[in-house]
Design a protein around this ligand. Structure first.
Ligand code: PLP
Length: 403
């Protein structure tokens, strides 16, 4: 009898966390490292939100709460969905968890049986396939190529649906590509789903507020109201409000599903941190005016990174609609040898050689299910981004054909 669960054999640890850890180790050893691996804003949680948390502590709101969220937060979430997405939900249709990550995981635990398939566009956020596997389901990936701006087509979705499909997992703007689906692009996908009433939609709207130029965010139940009864709309405060450490995510959907998610949570973690819930109430109900300047800042950084990376020989970097990531291709670097003598035969060797030889930490594309690429998180200072891109250009200039 083996000690560890066989379930664990099906999954791998998060490669993004592995890269961040490796970069931190090198830094601790005295190396000059620029980490472009982390998926979190580099600015602090707004003061009004922190003050709400301090108040909650002072008022003794430090005890267990209702398993899936305090009523004030559920009200604030309903108001947010109405305000931002024109979606009407009641508090009984809302669940709050320890980050969007827990809500997604709970939803899979609550619904997947052996053999159930989940359609996941690739490249995808690293945790999706592994969460599905942990919950006993089968991930089915559909490739969204760079040439298609990292978006899948209606025909691809149609072709991936089988009788076993339980969920279509949608994420726009996307981690790792930043790609955002327009209303018409999303409508083409929801039209397909209308023809397959057994398929539910799980939409991860975590990057809703990080959208640039004239891109307008939209979400499946808003674009196609007929999908309302089989859509779980997931969101959270981590990215827009710089609250990654507070661990509050939420979702809204049919009551039957919300109750099932609550059941999973009630027997695992119980309520998300009480103090963080009060902070999240302030995040959602309080002033939203810092979002626009933050977006302007991120948009400028996106342009800086895209413009510089496209100067690196062998790299092609599209300009995405949102989030704080770009996902350049390194197809033009394959088969070459780095100045340090490493043969670049895939995106993992590229990322490893880049880190070793220049000190720039990025995450290789294979981790996200589409190669040969790498992900840059531009949620860091202009100076660090300029320095990192200068090093990447130098690294690519140093690539040569094997002698
Ligand atoms: C696409 C996507 N969904 C969900 C999450 C989870 O966010 P959290 O658990 O912090 O709410 C992340 C975090 O990186 C993400 O990139």
């Amino acid at each position: 009898m083996t000690f560890l669960s066989a379930t664990l054999d099906r999954v791998k640890p998060s490669p993004t966390i592995a890269v961040t850890t490796k970069a931190a180790e090198l830094k601790a050893a005295g190396r000059d490292i620029i980490a472009l691996g982390a998926g979190e804003p580099d600015f602090d949680t707004p003061e009004n939100i922190k003050a709400a948390a301090v108040r909650a502590i002072a008022e003794g709101k430090t005890k267990y709460t209702a398993v899936d969220g305090i009523p004030e937060l559920k009200q604030a979430i309903c108001a947010k969905f109405q305000r931002d997405n024109a979606l009407t939900y009641t508090p009984a249709q809302v669940t709050v968890g320890t980050g969007g990550k827990q809500v997604l995981y709970n939803a899979f635990m609550a619904t997947l049986n052996a053999g159930d398939e989940v359609i996941i566009p690739a490249p995808y956020w690293v945790s999706y396939p592994d969460m599905v596997l942990l919950a006993g389901g089968t991930p089915v990936t559909v490739e969204a190529a760079l040439e298609a701006d990292f978006k899948i087509t209606a025909a691809q979705l149609e072709a991936a649906i089988t009788q076993k499909t339980k969920w279509f997992l949608f994420n726009s703007p996307s981690n790792p590509t930043g790609a955002g689906y327009s209303w018409d692009e999303l409508k083409a996908l929801t039209d397909v789903l209308l023809r397959h009433p057994h398929v539910w939609v799980m939409t991860d709207d975590m990057y809703e507020h990080l959208a640039y130029d004239d891109f307008k965010f939209c979400t499946p139940a808003q674009v196609e109201p007929q999908l309302y009864d089989r859509t779980l709309t997931v969101n959270g405060v981590s990215k827009a409000y710089a609250m990654t450490g507070w661990r509050i995510g939420y979702a809204a959907g049919p009551e039957l599903l919300i109750k099932a998610i609550r059941k999973v949570q009630s027997q695992s973690t119980s309520n998300p941190c009480s103090v963080s819930q009060y902070a999240a109430v302030e995040a959602l109900n309080g002033p939203q005016d810092f979002l626009a300047p933050n977006n302007a800042l991120f948009q400028r950084r996106r342009d800086l990174v895209v413009d510089m990376l496209n100067k690196a020989p062998g790299i092609v970097c599209p300009r995405p609609e949102g989030a704080f990531y770009v996902y350049p291709s390194i197809a033009g670097c394959l088969g070459k040898t780095s100045a340090g003598g490493v043969l670049i035969d895939n995106d993992e060797t590229f990322a490893t050689a880049l880190l070793e030889e220049t000190g720039v930490a990025v995450v290789f594309g294979a981790a996200f299910g589409l190669s040969p690429n790498f992900r840059v998180s531009y949620a860091t200072s202009d100076a660090a981004l300029t320095d990192a891109c200068t090093r990447i250009i130098a690294f690519c200039n140093g690539l040569h054909d094997a002698r």
